[in-house]
Design a protein around this ligand. Sequence first.
Ligand code: HEM
Ligand code: HEM
Length: 216
Amino acid sequence: MAQKIKVWDSAVRFFHWTMVLLVAGLWYSGSEGYIALHQLFAYGLASLLIARIGWGIWGSETARFRRFVATPGAAINYLRHTKPVVGHNPASSYMIFTLLALLALQIISGLATFDNSYMSDGPLVAILPASWVDVASAVHKFNINIILVLVAVHVFFALWHSWRHDNVIKTLFTGNTSGDDACQPTLRHSWSFFVLLLVLLWLLYYWQGRALLALL
Ligand code: HEM
Ligand code: HEM
């Protein structure tokens, strides 16, 4: 009999929806030239991403990368015969790894991105050769377009899946879905994710955040 089961811990839910807000803020602030605010958001996203990578190694069963890495065959098979999955399905896992990798590239290239004012250049601009800074700045400008297209595809499929099958969007808010009691995954308390996140925020604040806040 179908029962309420908990699929997503608070770390994954907090990570996802905070990331969405930060990426929206980063896109807006980057495009409009609010570069100090932009970089503050970026260090928030960097902390969030690193904490999520840690949680992907030692976190809850459904959060672990090892658990949702899938072969191309499994992804194609899933797309042919969609059925409810506890955790990320094999097709969405490809999109998830791609988005995480592109966001990491956006952060790394941002660190070496040139702005018109030296005060708001990325912090590596001053120490890297000019040719590297040119490449990083070009990557930073171009990669955001790929991210936006993939996000649109991701959101389209999330809406389509929620309409045609089970409501995965609601599940990512509440953490709960319905299924066989035997399918209940092992969830861990998320405290170590949040502690790591706070430590990273604190470190990045001391490295760059104080100077950026002064520019606001
Ligand atoms: C900036 C925009 C977004 C990015 C970068 C993004 C990225 C991601 C990532 C990395 C995950 C994996 C979460 C984890 O395991 O920790 C994920 C999952 C998910 N996202 Fe997004 N997302 C975005 C926006 C959205 C929006 C607006 C929606 C809903 C309308 C959405 C719906 C979902 C759903 C339903 C899942 C779970 C997929 C599954 O069940 O396998 N996402 N997203
Ligand atoms: C520590 C990380 C980051 C740093 C230091 C950084 C830095 C910068 C700088 C200095 C610019 C100004 C470039 C110019 O004046 O032409 C810029 C632009 C921009 N950034 Fe970032 N950024 C970072 C992360 C991100 C992330 C994670 C995103 C999006 C997810 C992003 C999206 C953008 C966008 C959309 C622009 C405008 C590009 C354009 O002019 O066409 N940045 N960033």
